[in-house]
Design a protein around this ligand. Structure first.
Ligand code: ADP
Ligand code: ASP
Ligand code: MG
Length: 616
C-alpha cells in the first residue's frame, strides 16, 4: 500500500463532469489499496476571472485582499470534489490550507512554505478518508493569522510540499497534457512527450516559461527527493517522471527557505575570448559559433549584450588547451564583421583573457530569491574581487574573475554561504545534472539528446544600465538594491567593452526582470543614478526569451551554433545571449518569439510524427 499525493489542475476540474471523472480516478486509486491526499486548483479559469474582477475595481489591488479573493477559487473545488467522492461512497474530507496547517511566510501573493503540519492530515488518512486539500494557499505564522497564496500556478508546489512533509511514496501531477513535452504543444503541435527528465533540466524549463510545472514544485522535489510524475487526467498513460539524484537529508522546517546554496564550485582552467563591436544584425553569432563548432571546439559560457549604436559584444569561455585554436578562428572571422555605421574603421576587435577562473554558487533554492545572487556579488566585493562576466541559471550563478583571485573568492563564498570545504581530491564537484541523468533509466534508453526541451518566456522585460563604474562592488550594489525591492533578476550580462569617462572605466550591464517589475525597476534605478554613478537606465518590454535546455549539451560542441543558425535562417536578430552548463537563452524581439521557438524546435529535430491537440 502506498501513500500518494495527487494534484489536479484547473482544466482537470473545470466542470461538474470533470470533477466526477477525477472522483472516479481517486476512488479507483483507493480501491487499489492506496491512501490518498488530493490537492486541487480552482475550476477552469476561475483564478483569472477573480483577478479580472479585482482589476475592474482597482488597478493596483491590495495584496492581502487579493489573497483573500484568490484563495476562494480552490475552496469551491475541494468541497465539490469531496461531495463527489462521498457520492461514490468514498469517505473524504475537504481542508483549506489553513486547516491543514500549511504555514508560510507572511508575504502576500508569493509566500514560501515554511512548514506543513501533518497531524490532522495523518489522522484523517488513518481513518480511511481521502483528504482533499486546497492548493496554492497557506497561512502565515507570524503575528495574526493571515491567508496567503504561493503565486500563480502554486498548487503544484502545495502538492509536492505535502508529499515531502508526509514522506509520501510519490506525487502525481494531473493536467491537460500527457506529460512534459519537448515544448508547449499549444505553440508546436508536433511537440513530443518525454518518458523522463531530470529535476535540473525541468527546473530550467519551468523557470524559462514551460508552465506545465511550477518551478518551486520541482525545487522541492529535488531537495527532498520526492518522486514526481506529470500525467494526463484524461487517460491512464504513464506520463513523464521527473527524476532526482538522492538528496542529502534535509529538515522539513523552513521547507522552502532553507539553505539556498548547496555548493561553491570553481574552475581555473578557463580562458575568455571576446569579440567587440560586431554588427547588431541576424547571423553574426551563427557565423562565429558555426565556425567554432566546425573546428570541434567546445565553448563553455557565452554571453552577448546590447550596446548603444548598432554593435554588440560577444564573449565566450573555453578551456585553456583549446584557447589558441578558438582565438585563431575568432581572429579569422573578425575582419568580415564590420559595424555598418563605420565600416572602414570599425572592425570587430578580438580580446583574449588568459588568467581567468569561473567561480559558481549552486543550489535549487535560488529561484525567485533575488537576495542570493546579490549576496554572492557583495561577498566578492567585500573580498576585493572584480567580476568580469556573470552567467546565471536557475540553479547556478557563475562569475568569471581573475585567476589570481580565485582562492580568495572561493573561500569568501564558502564562509558566506556556510559551505564546508571539501577534501582536495573532490574540489571540483561532479555536476549534479550529469549525475542525475546517469541514473535515469527510461524504457527506451537511447543516448541522451543534447537538447531535451525548448521554452518561450513572453513575460520578461530587459533593463540596460549604461556606464556603470567598473570596480568591485558595483554589481553587488545594483543587485542588492533590486533584491531590497523584491525584484528577481534573470539573465545578467555585463558588457565586455570598457570606456573611460571622466577618468573612470565604465561598462554597461543588462539584465531581464519580470515584465510587471520593469517600470518600477526602471524608476527606482533612475532615481539613484547620480548617487551610484551610472548614466541612463533603458527599458525594453517588447522582448521574448527563447531557451534550449538539456544536460546532454555538456561537452558537446555545436549546440549553440545550431540554435543561432536556426534563428539566423529566419532573419531573427539576437539581442542577448546567456548560457549555463545546461541551457542557452536568447532574447529576441517579442513579435518573433513564437517563430523563434518553432524554428529552434525544428532545428533540433524534436518534433514527433503525431500532432497534439490540447483539450479545452
Ligand atoms: P494545470 O491547470 O493543470 O496546472 P497549466 O496550464 O498550469 O495546467 O500547465 C499545463 C500547460 O502547460 C499545458 O496545457 C501546456 O500548454 C503548457 N506547457 C508549456 N510548456 C510545456 C511543456 N514543455 N510540456 C507540456 N506542457 C507545456
Ligand atoms: N489557481 C491558481 C492559479 O490559477 C493556482 C494553480 O492553479 O496552481 O494560478
Ligand atoms: Mg499549473
Amino acid at each position: 500500500m502506498a501513500l500518494i499525493v495527487q494534484k489536479y489542475g484547473g482544466t482537470s476540474v473545470g466542470s461538474v463532469e470533470r470533477i466526477q471523472a477525477v472522483a472516479q480516478r481517486v476512488y479507483k486509486t483507493v480501491k487499489a489499496g492506496n491512501s490518498l491526499v488530493v490537492v486541487v486548483s480552482a475550476m477552469g479559469k476561475t483564478t483569472d476571472g477573480l483577478v479580472k474582477l479585482a482589476n475592474e475595481i482597482s488597478p493596483n489591488p491590495n495584496r492581502r485582499e487579493m489573497d483573500m479573493l484568490l484563495s476562494t477559487g480552490e475552496q469551491v473545488t475541494i468541497a465539490l470534489l469531496t461531495m463527489a467522492l462521498q457520492e461514490l461512497g468514498q469517505p473524504a474530507i475537504s481542508m483549506t490550507g489553513a486547516q491543514v496547517g500549511i504555514v508560510t511566510e507572511a508575504e502576500h501573493s508569493r509566500a514560501r512554505i515554511l512548514h506543513i503540519e501533518t497531524t490532522r492530515l495523518t489522522r484523517h488518512i488513518n481513518e480511511g478518508k481521502v483528504v482533499v486539500v486546497a492548493g496554492f494557499q497557506g497561512t502565515s505564522s507570524t503575528g495574526e493569522m493571515e491567508i496567503t497564496t504561493l503565486g500563480r500556478g502554486g498548487s503544484d508546489t502545495s502538492a509536492v510540499a505535502i508529499a515531502a512533509a508526509l514522506r509520501a511514496n510519490f506525487c502525481e501531477i494531473y493536467t491537460d497534457v500527457p506529460g512534459i513535452l519537448t515544448t508547449d504543444p499549444r505553440l508546436v503541435a508536433e511537440a513530443q512527450l518525454m518518458d523522463a527528465i531530470t529535476c535540473d533540466e525541468m527546473l530550467e524549463l519551468a523557470s524559462l516559461g514551460a508552465k506545465v510545472l511550477h518551478p518551486r514544485a520541482v525545487e522541492i522535489a529535488r531537495n527532498y527527493g520526492v518522486p514526481l510524475v506529470v500525467r494526463s487526467s484524461w487517460t491512464d498513460d504513464p506520463g513523464t517522471w521527473v527524476t532526482s539524484a538522492k538528496p542529502q537529508g534535509r529538515s522539513l522546517i523552513n521547507l522552502e527557505i532553507a539553505r539556498p546554496v548547496d555548493d561553491v564550485e570553481f574552475d581555473t582552467d578557463q580562458a575568455k575570448v571576446a569579440l567587440l563591436r560586431v554588427p547588431d544584425k541576424p547571423g553574426v553569432a551563427a557565423r562565429l559559433f558555426g565556425e567554432i563548432s566546425r573546428q570541434k571546439l567546445d565553448v563553455d559560457l557565452i554571453i552577448q549584450s546590447i550596446h548603444e549604436g548598432n554593435s554588440n559584444d560577444i564573449a565566450f569561455t573555453v578551456t585553456t588547451p583549446i584557447l589558441k585554436r578558438a582565438e585563431a578562428v575568432t581572429a579569422a572571422i573578425a575582419p568580415a564583421l564590420r559595424s555598418q555605421s563605420n565600416p572602414k574603421f570599425d572592425e570587430a576587435e578580438v580580446m583574449i583573457e588568459h588568467n581567468i577562473a569561473k567561480v559558481s554558487i549552486a543550489g535549487a533554492g535560488m529561484i525567485g530569491r533575488p537576495g542570493v545572487a546579490a549576496k554572492m556579488f557583495a561577498t566578492l566585493a567585500a573580498a576585493g574581487v572584480n567580476i568580469q562576466m556573470i552567467s546565471t541559471s536557475e540553479v547556478k550563478v557563475s562569475c568569471v574573475v581573475d585567476a589570481a583571485e580565485c582562492d580568495r573568492a572561493v573561500s569568501a563564498l564558502r564562509t558566506a554561504f556556510e559551505i564546508e570545504a571539501k577534501s582536495k581530491g573532490e574540489l571540483l564537484t561532479p555536476n549534479s545534472c550529469t549525475d542525475a541523468i546517469n541514473r535515469v533509466s527510461t524504457p527506451h534508453s537511447s543516448p541522451t539528446p543534447p537538447v531535451r526541451g525548448v521554452a518561450l518566456d513572453l513575460n520578461q522585460a530587459r533593463l540596460a544600465i549604461r556606464q556603470l563604474p567598473d570596480r568591485p562592488g558595483m554589481a553587488a550594489k545594483l543587485f542588492g538594491l533590486l533584491a531590497q525591492h523584491s525584484i528577481s533578476v534573470d539573465m545578467i550580462i555585463q558588457s565586455q567593452r570598457c570606456r573611460v569617462i571622466d577618468g573612470v572605466p565604465r561598462r554597461d550591464i543588462a539584465f531581464t526582470v519580470s515584465r510587471i517589475d520593469g517600470e518600477s525597476a526602471k524608476k527606482m534605478l533612475t532615481q539613484v543614478a547620480a548617487e551610484f554613478g551610472w548614466s541612463e537606465v533603458v527599458l525594453d518590454s517588447a522582448i521574448a526569451k527563447v531557451s534550449i535546455v538539456g544536460a546532454g549539451m555538456l561537452g558537446q560542441p555545436g549546440v549553440a551554433a545550431k540554435m543561432f543558425e536556426a534563428l539566423a535562417q529566419q532573419q531573427i536578430n539576437i539581442q542577448m545571449i546567456a548560457t549555463s552548463e545546461i541551457k542557452i537563452s536568447c532574447v529576441v524581439a517579442q513579435e518573433q518569439g513564437v517563430k523563434a521557438l518553432q524554428a529552434i524546435h525544428a532545428a533540433f529535430e524534436l518534433a514527433g510524427s503525431e500532432k497534439f491537440v490540447v483539450p479545452v
